[in-house]
Design a protein around this ligand. Sequence first.
Ligand SMILES: Cc1cc2nc3c(=O)[nH]c(=O)nc-3n(C[C@H](O)[C@H](O)[C@H](O)COP(=O)(O)OP(=O)(O)OC[C@H]3O[C@@H](n4cnc5c(N)ncnc54)[C@H](O)[C@@H]3O)c2cc1C
Length: 324
Amino acid sequence: MTAQVFAFIPHANSRIDDAAPELAAAARQLAPGAPVTALVAGDGAGVEAVCAEAVRFFPEVWKFAAAELAYPNAELLRPLLSRVLPRGAIVLFSHNTLAMDLGPGLAVKLDAAYLPDIVAFEAPEGQVLRAVRQEFNGQVSTHVACDLSGGAVITLRAGCFAASEPLAAAGRVVDRSADAQGLAARRRFLEVVPAEVGDVDITKEEVLVSVGRGIGDKENLPVAEDLAEALGAVVSCSRPVVDAKWLDKSRQVGTSGKTVKPKVYLALGISGSFQHMGGIKGNPFIVAVNKNPKAPIFQVAQVGVVADVLEFAPVLAEAVRKAR
Ligand SMILES: Cc1cc2nc3c(=O)[nH]c(=O)nc-3n(C[C@H](O)[C@H](O)[C@H](O)COP(=O)(O)OP(=O)(O)OC[C@H]3O[C@@H](n4cnc5c(N)ncnc54)[C@H](O)[C@@H]3O)c2cc1C
């Protein structure tokens, strides 16, 4: 495949997101030997810092610096990207809320295929990419074949692809800011509202025992809390657990909750929706306990245990205490 491959770099607070090196590795697997270009949009010192990090993983980085791009806005990025990207390009995004907003319209503008929320793919055969993606809120995995010949906008679920090592020699930054002139949007960024920290800060913990709807009831939470205590871990959760008021919002992992970077993540009765997994960064060792052997979380877990969490967690807690 000879198409030019681009990776849109997610970043915040002047740092590239952990998903950026994953995009670099996936781009190389998708089109071995093809040129891979990173796209960085932002403003001021922040965009310079992000470009300086991005060149560690990409041979070429296109910088788009403009005051309007200080906050990611799909309404501005869509015309910008459709202006600068060549026909037939393959554009990779991390599957986040910006990509969900931007991707479909961009694919239409580029007359390209749209392939969202990929969790795995095989090396392309000619122009055909076979990929695994999530549907129905992450409840079902589907295997799809996508014709890349007219280009494609592809979003990759964070944490599903091994991160690239830095390049032996750093790449170069190409300033394409002139292309970002004259962008206008009706939607305006107002302010960042920092999330509440709560009694514990799950974003700083190395081991998380995370409970999902599969825990069944608030009364069953001590099962997870006991396992967390045995492991020296903290309890976090999926959104339905917060919605049911079983745990505080500060414990929620996911796109509308906290982004966590533990070394070990135990998912107890969690199906593995992209909104949940999108909050787990840094490629932790994931252990999933779920009574449904077809639960999507088993696609991304290093260890999968098909069991009733209420039976398995106490046994594991006891085994951990004995081992210590
Ligand atoms: C805009 C938006 C934002 C969202 N943000 C977030 C977010 O930040 N975080 C988040 O988590 N979700 C978020 N969601 C919700 C998300 O789509 C899923 O609905 C949610 O993650 C599912 O949570 P769950 O896995 O706990 O529940 P379910 O999907 O219901 O899964 C429960 C799992 O438990 C298993 N199970 C049941 N009983 C047992 C048992 N006894 N033992 C073992 N396994 C059992 C089942 O097999 C199932 O796989 C968001 C949704 C939207 C639309």
